[in-house]
Design a protein around this ligand. Structure first.
Ligand code: 6R9
Length: 649
């Protein structure tokens, strides 16, 4: 089939009722490029400001002076935009539908209730000495209190730093120290797929690490009633402190450029970095994309299956939907529990109109065949969304045909923790779909493709994806390390933001993201640095050297393939493989579990000692023909040995 035949055109009926049709998209996009000041000044009116901004855009990508400011003389509060301003018009409307891990467990929280809970927690935070500019670490299950905690921080001008509940104590410790966080909010345990995860125990372990004594208190939600250790004077039960507070908490007036949150993410080198997102531009970008990209219509139930620990949860479970007065569904569990039909059943149970999920989830369901959807009708669905990694056309078509009953457009949304919100995606009433392509840029987004020297490539081409100018939701810096921010994103190609992704642009100007071109892995849509996993492994006494690469994995997109050179005198064994697997899981978290460990008596290195990952990637992918020039290797024979014992064939 040619690419042309695979186009799914916008239906006239959909376009007629959508927030944007073709003409409107084109006109708005053009204006956003030609006259960003007027465009964004106008769009900013969708938020409620204490002081409306008059200075709209002040941004430079010059690597000597990277400086990004939007709406810099405006002031607002994110929680007011997500809560207070809806009270008159939709106070009794459901803001959050919470669906528990157990299918019998769900509840609806209205905007009025969410506002009251947020006010109470905000007052409780103040009682704990938290104020404007303080960093609060959240390490929480997918329960409404997670959203309440984010909003309560925003209310008093505290900066939240959410750590995904699947991360290890060390990861929590690292982030508490990195952000100088005074308070950790957690729960006794989380529940996923019928299993408990000891969050409070993990926090205890984290806070026993040196340097973590910056955190003075731990606020603990009782989720399961599971047993926990208690440190008097430090630990506080959430409900003991919060329930007695007044629900009335005046919102702090924040400058548009005051930080709203920090979110850590993996890069190709070094420890995870805390991206700094600010208030005005971020919220505007999240809200606007939520409305246009999902074509969210008043009254609809919208479900994003991400975890709030990732940027997708921040922007598209909490801030975007709530700023728009939407009903957002928050799911505590996993799509395979109690059965693989769960996702469809939740759609039916809550009459979900918009379902935003990840390719890995789609592929996992697809692997069970069409019958997995037999327990649900999914008639309520109108729009489907995909995020986190490239979606292969087969998975796209299955998502469309089986989950969406062949009637829902799929918006494949490309973006990053760094971008704050969606950057490249079809508006479903405006842009014809091509399975596997994220299609065209959102308003104000200026993608371009460059070669390795940074030359701009025109027309249909292949290369590295960059952005030529700023957009409101862009991260402003790396917390505490602006030089690293500049180095990481603005020094590869002068005057451009480098995404780290490769892409192809076709003859219609559509973008096809081909995946990371750096040493970042994307496993089930989760970002991980190969360097992080390697440094964990070499800390084990049996490991002399380790090299980590990704390989194509049917369900996860990418799997983790590890080459390990053992210390002299240590014998390889299956037990040792298990031990190393546990080691990495404990150190980083279960998401970093190796799929394959191969013993490597030697690693292919250049004469200057640089590991040739290109070769290791090929061997892991079972592409052993045409390994390219290996003559520059210090010892070319190690390659034959690795090929002979490769795991994937
Ligand atoms: C939102 C999010 C960012 C990386 C990004 C890219 C990959 C995300 C994608 C996609 C192809 C899509 N990615 N969406 N690749 N098509 N629709 O996932 O943020 O966790 O920071 O990951 O994910 O490689 O660079 P984050």
């Amino acid at each position: 089939m040619t690419e042309q035949q695979k186009v799914h055109p916008v239906s006239d009926e959909f376009a007629a009722n959508a927030h944007a049709d073709k003409a409107k998209y084109q006109a708005m996009y053009q204006q956003s490029l030609d006259d960003p000041e007027t465009f964004w000044a106008e769009q900013a009116k969708r938020l409620d400001w204490f002081r409306a901004p008059t200075k709209i855009k002040h941004t430079t990508f010059d690597s000597h002076n990277v400086d990004i400011r939007w709406f810099e003389d405006g002031s607002l509060n994110a929680s007011v935009n997500c809560l207070d301003r809806h009270l008159d018009t939709r106070g009794d409307q459901t803001a959050i539908i919470w669906e528990g891990d157990d299918p019998g467990d769900s509840k609806h929280i209205s905007y009025r209730e969410l506002h009251a809970q947020t006010g109470k927690l905000a007052n409780a935070l103040k009682e704990l000495g938290i104020g404007k500019g303080d960093v609060v670490t959240l390490y929480m299950p997918m329960i409404p209190e997670a959203a309440v905690a984010m909003l309560a921080c925003a209310r008093i001008g505290a900066i939240h730093s959410v750590v995904f509940g699947g991360f290890s104590p060390d990861a929590v410790a690292q982030r508490v120290i990195g952000a100088d966080s005074k308070l950790v909010i957690t729960a006794d345990e989380s529940v996923r797929g019928g299993k408990q995860v000891p969050l409070k125990d993990n926090v205890d372990a984290a806070l026993s690490r040196p340097g973590t004594d910056v955190a003075k208190n731990v606020l603990v939600v009782k989720r399961t009633g599971g047993e926990v250790e208690w440190k008097e004077g430090r630990d506080v039960w959430y409900h003991d402190l919060v329930d007695k507070q007044s629900s009335d908490c005046p919102a702090e007036e924040m400058n548009a450029e005051d930080p709203l949150f920090i979110l850590y993410t993996s890069g190709s080198t070094g420890a995870p970095k805390g991206l700094k997102h600010t208030t005005g531009g971020y919220l505007l970008h999240a809200a606007m994309t939520h409305q246009y990209v999902f074509d969210y219509q008043d009254g609809e139930v919208y479900w994003c299956t991400a975890d709030v620990g990732w940027v997708t949860g921040h922007s598209y479970i909490v801030y975007g939907p709530l700023a728009n007065g939407a009903t957002t569904l928050m799911f505590e569990g996993v799509p395979s529990y109690p059965t693989h039909g769960r996702m469809g059943e939740i759609v039916d149970k809550h009459k979900v109109s918009i379902l935003y999920t990840a390719p890995t989830a789609v592929r996992a369901l697809m692997a069970h065949g069409d019958e997995v959807m037999a327990s649900s009708q999914r008639d309520s669905l109108r729009v489907l969304g995909s995020v986190g990694e490239p979606i292969n056309p087969e998975a796209w078509e299955w998502f469309h045909r089986v989950i969406g009953n062949s009637k829902c457009p799929i918006v494949d949304t490309w973006w990053q923790t760094e971008t704050g919100g969606i950057m490249i995606a079809p508006l479903p009433g405006a842009i014809d779909l091509k399975p596997g392509s994220a299609t065209l840029p959102f308003f104000g987004v200026m993608p371009a493709v460059v070669d390795n020297e940074g030359n701009l490539l025109e027309g249909a081409t292949d290369g590295n994806l960059v952005m030529l100018d700023s957009w409101p939701g862009q991260a402003r810096s790396i917390w505490g390390d602006h030089d690293r921010f500049v180095q990481t994103y603005f020094s590869t190609y002068q005057g451009m933001y480098f995404t780290g992704d490769g892409c192809r642009r076709d003859e219609d100007g559509y973008y096809w993201i081909t995946g990371r071109v750096d040493d970042v892995l994307n496993v089930s849509g989760h970002r991980m640095g190969t360097a992080e996993i390697e440094s964990s492994l070499v800390a084990h006494e049996a490991v002399a050297e380790a090299a980590v690469v990704g390989f194509p994995h049917d369900i996860k997109g990418q799997g983790i393939y590890i080459y390990v050179t053992l210390t002299d005198g240590v014998d390889p064994s299956d037990e040792l493989k298990k031990e190393l697997t546990q080691w990495v899981r404990k150190d980083i978290g279960p998401i970093a579990s190796p799929d394959v460990i191969q013993w490597a008596p030697g690693l292919p290195k250049t004469r200057s000692g640089k590991i040739m990952r290109r070769i290791l990637r090929k061997i892991a992918a079972n592409e052993c023909e045409g390994l390219g020039d290996t003559s520059t290797l210090a010892d070319p024979s190690v390659v034959d040995e690795l090929i002979e014992h490769r795991a994937n064939r």
